[in-house]
Design a protein around this ligand. Structure first.
Ligand code: MG
Length: 338
């Protein structure tokens, strides 16, 4: 197996602001596994608040590339275990390689992954479209630019309730809000009932990621479903979030790939909690990987290719939120050659 990789710094259509800050570009790492001429691709966007920059991903792969290449590839799950031990503190790199392994596996079998797993893509929920924090005027303009059935609105800043109130005047679409850990318990308790009145469907990560005591109180009183994102990073967190959140947001990059994400889905279902599949502004490569799992989710947030002004692959598209799959094997995407 041969490993090649490339880094990109892709511009957003609009500067993207959440409660943690603003960015204009998304740095991302893309890897190619070449197995006797068949190529699998995987991706990991770098997210500053998880402290794994692209430079760290590249340094780690360069240091241990030989070990990744010498693995005798037979199935992606075995490969993930090997990678997990090879890079124990770099879940982003493990994610990119795991994804590429699954893409390769699907291509070797001549099927798209959801077909190999026996999933029914007609059951895939529609994806939301994210409206980042901005002036109200600009947020309304972003909504008008992209009429959509479900919006995810970033909140967790002063004046956010007024923001949602104003946006509601311009659309009947379903709203979800994501506070990105930006509220105190008092704020959350005060705002959530008012957000419900504004037609908000769910709240993502209301409190700080380790405010378990606060979540106990909020979970007992919340009139809206609460979904863990920053509080639920890896498989070990699923159990912790159970009985404090109504659901979890599973993201391939933070949990280290498709292999652990599938186990998290099984675990969440067994615990009776809801599943959101989320993104970290992936291009069409990482987004297509999320789409493979979408039939298993209650909510889907995979709007990376819609927010980015440049893409590096084709094969995933949306019709008013509905995911359109291709007939290509593996992840179902065609990637720009390196
Ligand atoms: Mg979130």
């Amino acid at each position: 197996m041969q490993v090649k990789f490339k880094e990109y710094n892709l511009p957003f259509h609009h500067p993207f602001t959440i409660s943690k800050g603003t960015k204009t570009h998304q740095p991302t790492f893309v890897v190619e596994l070449d197995y006797f001429g068949i190529k699998g691709y995987g991706e990991a966007p770098a997210i500053s608040y998880y402290n794994i920059p692209v430079e760290k991903i590249i340094a780690d792969i360069e240091r241990k590339k030989m070990f990744v290449e010498k693995f005798s590839f037979s199935d992606p799950e075995r490969y993930w275990h090997y990678l997990h031990h090879l890079f124990p503190v770099n879940s982003f790199l493990v994610c990119a390689l795991d994804m590429a392994g699954w893409d390769l596996f699907g291509k070797l079998k001549g099927k798209q992954l959801h077909q190999l797993w026996g999933l029914d893509t007609t059951k895939s929920p529609i994806t939301d479209y994210t409206i980042g924090i901005d002036t109200i005027e600009n947020m309304v303009a972003k909504m008008k630019e992209k009429p959509w059935p479900v919006y995810k609105i970033k909140v967790g800043v002063p004046g956010d309730l007024e923001m949602v109130t104003e946006l509601r005047k311009h659309t009947d679409a379903i709203f979800r809000v994501d506070a990105n850990a930006g509220w105190t318990l008092e704020e959350a308790m005060q705002k959530i009932p008012l957000l419900k009145e504004l037609g908000v469907e769910l709240v993502e990560q209301p409190l700080a990621k380790d405010d378990w005591e606060g979540m106990k109180v909020l979970f007992a009183t919340s009139v809206l479903p609460l979904i863990a994102d920053e509080s639920c990073v890896t498989e070990a967190d699923v159990e912790k979030c159970h009985a404090l959140f109504h659901g979890i947001n599973i993201k391939l990059t933070k949990c280290s790939g498709i292999t652990p994400a599938r186990r998290m889905i099984t675990q969440a279902r067994a615990l009776g909690i809801q599943i959101m599949l989320g993104c970290m502004n992936e291009t069409s490569i990482g987004t297509a990987a999320i789409a493979q799992l979408a039939p298993l989710a209650d909510y889907v947030d995979m709007d990376g290719p819609l927010l980015l002004a440049e893409d590096i692959a084709t094969g995933i598209s949306f019709d008013n939120g509905k995911i359109i799959y291709t007939d290509l094997p593996g992840l179902g995407v065609a990637v720009q050659p390196f």
